[in-house]
Design a protein around this ligand. Sequence first.
Ligand code: HEM
Length: 524
Amino acid sequence: MSIPLTLNFVAICIGIYILKSYISKRASNPSSLPYPPGPKPKPIVGSLLDLPKEESWKTYASWGKEYGDLIHFTVLGKHFIVLNSSRVATDLLERRAHKYSDKPVTPTLSMSDWLWAFSNMPYGEKWRRYRREFHQQFRAEKNRNYRPIMSQRARQLLRNLAGNPEQFVSYLRHYAAAVIMSIAYDYDVASQDDRFVYIAEAAVNMLGHCTFPGATIVNTLPFLRHLPGWLPGMGVKRYTEECRKLTLEMRHAPLELVRKRMASGVPSDCVAANLIDRFSARGGTLEENEETITDVAAMAYAAGADTTVSALTTAFLAMTLYPEARMKAQAEIDKVIGTSRLPGFEDKDSLPYLEAFIREVFRWRPVAPLSIPHVVMEDDVYEGYFIPKGTIVNTNLWAMQQEESMFGDEPEKFKPERFLNPDGSLNDRFPDATFGLGRRHASCAGRHTGFDTVWVGIAHVLAAFDVSKAKDEAGNEIDVVEKYVDALVSHPLPFACSIMPRSRHAETLINELLPLAAADEVKI
Ligand code: HEM
C-alpha cells in the first residue's frame, strides 16, 4: 500500500470507529444521562491534545479541582475516567468491585506477550487462581520467612554504597533484584551484567512505557496494529516484538535453573520450588499446572523489583531534601540500638519514628501514581453520571495520598510526624492507597515484601550513612530538582546526593561487613 492510500485507509477507519462509538453510546445510554464532568472535548480527537505529558497525576488532580473527584474525558472516542479521591475510588473499586475489577487488554499488552501477568489479566477464573497461589507465597506470615534474605542483602547494599556512592541507584536496583530473585528462585544475582536481571528489567520497563495512557495510538485505535511496521508511528510493532522475546526468556530461564537444581537433588527453598512441590502433589492438567508455576513465580520479579527501586530511590530523595527528618530517624536508631550494630526486624516495634519515615516515603511519592488501569465491565450510573462499559479507569493514588483530611496539612512536604501521636507513638494512619484499593480486586499482592525490603534497606542506610545534598567544586550545595518520570511505575529523575559514613563507628561497622560481603561486592 502506498502512503497516501494508507492514510486514506486510516482516515476511513477512524471515521467508522467514531461512528460506531456514537451509535453504541446512544444504544447503551437510553436516558442520555451526562458523562461525569471533564475537559471540553475537541471534535474527533477528544482530549488527545490536552493529555498531560509530565507528572500527569498532578494535572488530573488539578482538573479534579475544577470538575470534581470523578473526571471524564475521551480520546478518539475512547472513554476514560480518573478517580481523584479515596471516597470515589472506594465507592467504585471496592463497593462496586463486580463492575470495576477488569483490566484493559490493550493491543500493546498482547502484542508484547504480557497477558500472562495477572496484574494485566481480565477478571475471571484464571486471575483468581493466580492471585490465590501468589497470596499463599507472599501473605504476611510467609513474608516473615523472607526477612533474613532482605537483611543479608541490605548489608551487601551498605558495602556497595561505601565503595562507589555515586552509583547509588544502580546499587538500589541490585539490592531489590537480589532480594526478589532470591525469594522467587533461590537465585544469587551476579555482581554485574546479570542476564536474568537485564531481561526482566528491560521487559518491565518496556511494558511500563507502552501501556501508559496516551503512550501509543495503537491502544486507542487497535486496528492500527495491522498496519506495516515501517509506517511512521508504527515503531510500536518492532518495540513490542522485542519485548515479546524478553518476556518469554524472563518467564522460563530462571525456572529452568530451579528445575535442574531440584532434579540433581540440591534442596531449593524458594517460591518456584514451593510451587513445583505444591502442584506435583495435586490434580489438574499438566499444561495448566506448568503455566501457573511459570507465571506466578515470574510475577514476583515483574511486579516486585521496579516498584521497590522506586520507593528506595524516593527514600534517598527524602533524606537529601529533608535532613531534619533523616537526623531524627538516626537519633532514634542511635538511642534504641546504639552504634555498635545495625538495625534488624527484631527492632521494628521499638523504632516508631523510623516506621513513620518509611510510611511517609510510600505516601509522599506513590510508586504507581495512577495505579494499574482498570476497565468498567458493564454500564454503570454513579451520582447521576453515566459510565459506559469499556471505560478505562485511572486511580489517582497520588491525589489520594495528598488528602489533608486523611494525612494532615502540608501534604506536599515530607513529614513523618503525620504518622505519629503527640507522645511519639505510631498513630493508625497508613498510606494504604499506595498499594492500591480494597483487599483483593485492586490491591498489591506483594505489599508485605515490598514494605519490608524498603524498611530494612533504608534502616541500614540511615544507621550507616549521612545522605545529603552533594556539593560542587566550590563547596556550594547542588540543587535537587524534584521531578518524577511519567510512567506506570514512576521514579525520580536522576539527582545527585552525597553519601558519607556517619561516624567512625559507622565506618567500623561497614568495614566489619567486608568479610561478609566482599565476595558479593557489585562492580558497576
Ligand atoms: C514496593 C512497593 C510496592 C508498591 C507501592 C506496590 C503497589 C502496587 C499497586 C498500586 C498495584 C495495583 C493494584 C491494582 O489497582 O490493581 C500493585 C499490584 C500488584 N503488586 Fe505491588 N507494589 C509494591 C511491591 C510489590 C512486590 C514486592 C510484589 C511481589 C512480591 C508485588 C506484587 C504485586 C502483584 C502480583 C500485583 C497485581 C495484583 C493483581 O492484579 O491482582 N508488589 N502493586
